[in-house]
Design a protein around this ligand. Structure first.
Ligand SMILES: Cc1ncc(C[n+]2csc(CCOP(=O)(O)OP(=O)(O)O)c2C)c(N)n1
Ligand code: SF4
Ligand SMILES: [Mg+2]
Length: 351
């Protein structure tokens, strides 16, 4: 893969976070994507989220599949662990890494082709299992890397750049994520970093499967009239139900809002999400109502964005399987090889 390393030099007065890192410490190589590609804006939001949360870069593992979207981890978090896997297979590699070392923050980055076509099965299973991760799909409705074929998220009736009408029904990854049990589900737009960055921060702090579908226009192949994933279409049809204004961590909430307009969601580890409601009726804890609301709006051509569902007391795969707390590579021979008496007991229990 080609990449251009960024110069190390930077202004000495760049703002630093609690760990003393600047934004530059969270950047990667210079992007080789098309100028204006939505995916680069998502990379910028990931950098901002990790900077603001003061995450030590070596605590993050970023994994991806194949596609322009899956190339992007080269362009952010250059000091983190990374693995560019096979097309559609990122979820199984992420699951294995997560089971081996639960102490890292797992960031899966994928495309609509990577996750809704070749990797659709893997997508459903990683979420169904509750793997503790942030799974981001950079959704442009096409296979950008292979020159703009419709992907499985392209809406029926939408048009390709050459005017061909898509006759297939679309897969909505948010609907699937809700159905198979994701405990944090959001949708956003690459052109709205004020909405997207806090959603990524909330997902990082969440314990369990967090999924974010980000509509990310492909300026080369899917940004024309007749596309439902273009910058203009998404701006005109965006129905934001709420705004995750700030993530407070464990600090007390000091900002004043009119009663009923903000919902504070306390997560398992005591961190707080502050959710400003734009639609007073929308209940972020009702999985079924969320599904109905989103599909009802989709039928009218609207794209519902915001934090769509969250389960504050969520658990993850390690909790479900009752695995050992320590990363596997730190276990000593005593834990790994408990001796013949223990083995005899296991064998006896299986007879
Ligand atoms: C096994 C396999 N099949 C097909 C391909 C060809 N291929 C490369 S990227 C891609 C689709 C990428 O689409 P998406 O995930 O939406 O990423 P985008 O480029 O749009 O960001 C395909 C079909 C491949 N690399 N490997
Ligand atoms: S082809 Fe599309 S998705 Fe790929 S880099 Fe260019 S604009 Fe982005
Ligand atoms: Mg795509």
């Amino acid at each position: 893969m080609t990449y251009v390393v960024k110069p190390k030099f930077h202004h000495p007065e760049l703002p630093k976070n609690e760990l003393g890192y600047t934004h530059r410490d969270y950047e990667g190589s210079i992007s080789t994507l098309c100028a204006g590609c939505g995916h680069d804006s998502i990379s910028a939001s990931i950098i901002e989220a990790c900077f603001e949360l003061s995450i030590a870069p070596h605590r993050v593992a970023k994994l991806s599949g194949i596609g322009c979207s899956s190339k992007t981890p080269t362009y952010f978090l250059g000091n983190s662990h990374g693995f560019n896997s096979v097309h559609g297979r990122m979820p199984s590699v992420l699951t294995g890494a997560n089971l081996a070392n639960r102490e890292l923050i797992y960031l899966g980055v994928s495309g609509d082709g990577d996750s809704a076509s070749i990797g659709f099965g893997q997508f459903a299973h990683v979420i169904r299992r509750g793997v503790n991760m942030v799974y981001i799909v950079e959704n442009n409705g096409v296979y950008g890397l292979t020159k703009g074929q419709f992907s499985a998220t392209a809406d029926r009736g939408s048009k390709s750049k050459r005017g061909v009408v898509n006759s297939d029904n679309a897969i909505d990854l948010v609907a699937i994520a809700l159905q198979v049990g994701a405990t944090y589900v959001a949708r956003s737009f690459s052109g709205d970093k004020h909405q997207l960055t806090p959603l990524i921060k909330g997902a990082i702090e969440h314990n369990g499967s967090a999924f974010i579908d980000v509509i990310s226009p492909c300026v080369a192949f899917n940004n024309h009239d007749g596309s439902t994933k273009s910058f203009d279409y998404v701006r005109e049809h965006n129905e934001a139900v709420n705004r995750l204004d700030f993530i407070t961590g464990r600090a007390p909430i000091t900002v004043d809002y009119a009663p009923g307009t903000v919902e504070l969601v306390e997560q398992h580890d005591g961190t707080m999400l502050a959710l400003r409601k734009l639609n007073a009726e929308y209940d972020v804890h009702d999985r079924l109502a969320a599904t109905n609301f989103i599909q009802h709006h989709a039928a009218n051509g609207q794209i519902v964005t915001g934090l769509l569902y969250v389960e504050p007391d969520s658990d993850d795969l390690h909790g479900h399987l009752n695995t050992v707390d320590a990363p596997l590579n730190t276990l000593a021979e005593k834990e790994l090889c408990p001796g013949s008496t223990a083995l005899d007991k296991i064998n006896a229990s299986l007879r």
